[in-house]
Design a protein around this ligand. Structure first.
Ligand SMILES: C[S@@+](CC[C@H](N)C(=O)[O-])C[C@H]1O[C@@H](n2cnc3c(N)ncnc32)[C@H](O)[C@@H]1O
Ligand SMILES: Nc1nc2[nH]cc(C(=O)O)c2c(=O)[nH]1
Ligand code: SF4
Ligand SMILES: [Mg+2]
Length: 242
């Protein structure tokens, strides 16, 4: 059976971001990314620092670990990374989860299409704003959105843009205008991904959330949008595996 490079499997926890925020979910985090965002909160998946954690697992092995952690108490799985969309082999896990009646959320930056996207219930596309240092390939993103639309699956997709500064906000506006059919989220950027002082981090992130909300409220071009923090960071700070 084809192998998937797994960085971590954890849960149950809550989905802290985006279209299914608050949903009880298990997590599978894959290794490897085609980006290297300046502020990536999961850089251990691609910068070499987590290389000893990588396990090559097939879908059945992943399923066994999910059930040994979560028992029968879950019906939702989030696949994140790194960029899980780099993995053609992921189709084996997606199909096994479908057989088991488990719903799937996928987190990806939208730099690559995979046919198995059509079996994802909540497909979060998170193209990266200027502060990340990355450049969006809009031809690829257009293609992803077109394919979802053609398959009648546009309601399964959403956009989630992380905001650190004014140019990120302008970028988000441009993306929202380009893809009006997609549910649109703005997410507060966490600019201190190393601190262990959860209290201090939370206070500063709530302030940033307030500023972002205020900005959107007076912006007539940002109408049908949702503004969210990373909810899990409010509870657990920068802790890994939650
Ligand atoms: C770690 S990424 C993995 C999935 C995929 N590579 C992506 O970027 O969409 C998961 C989500 O976390 C967001 N994220 C990463 N670092 C962040 C930070 N410092 N503050 C807020 N969100 C962050 C990303 O934008 C993405 O939406
Ligand atoms: N609880 C929780 N929610 C999340 N939503 C997206 C995450 C991610 O790293 O992709 C994430 C995560 O790492 N933890
Ligand atoms: S695309 Fe996602 S995982 Fe890759 S570097 Fe950026 S935030 Fe991190
Ligand atoms: Mg995360």
């Amino acid at each position: 059976m084809s192998k998937i490079p797994v960085m971590e499997i954890f849960g149950p926890t809550i989905q802290g971001e985006g279209m299914v925020v608050g949903q009880k979910t298990m997590f599978v985090r894959t290794a490897g990314c085609d980006y290297s965002c300046a502020w990536c909160d999961s850089a251990f998946t691609w910068d070499g620092s987590g290389k000893d954690l990588i396990r090559q697992m097939d879908a059945t092995e992943i399923w066994n670990e999910l059930t040994s952690l979560g028992g029968v108490g879950f019906s939702y799985i989030t696949i994140s990374g790194g960029n899980p969309a780099l993995l053609k082999n992921m189709s084996s896990l997606v199909h096994l989860l479908k057989e088991k009646n488990i719903k799937i959320c996928l987190e990806t930056q939208g730099s690559k299409w995979q046919d198995w996207f059509l079996d994802i219930h909540a497909l979060t596309l998170s193209p990266k704003p200027p502060s990340s240092g990355m450049e969006t390939d809009f031809q690829v993103l257009d293609k992803i959105v077109d394919r979802l639309a053609e398959a009648g699956a546009i309601q399964n997709g959403s956009l989630k843009i992380v905001i650190f500064d004014d140019s990120d906000y302008e970028y988000a506006k441009m993306v929202h205008k380009r893809y009006p059919a997609l549910t649109f989220f703005l997410q507060v950027g966490n600019d201190d991904i190393v601190t262990e002082n959860r209290q201090k981090l939370m206070v500063s992130l709530v302030d940033k959330y307030e500023s972002l909300v205020e900005k959107v409220m007076i912006d007539n071009e940002m109408k049908n949008v949702r503004v969210l923090p990373q909810l899990h960071v409010y509870i657990w700070g920068n802790k890994r595996g939650v």
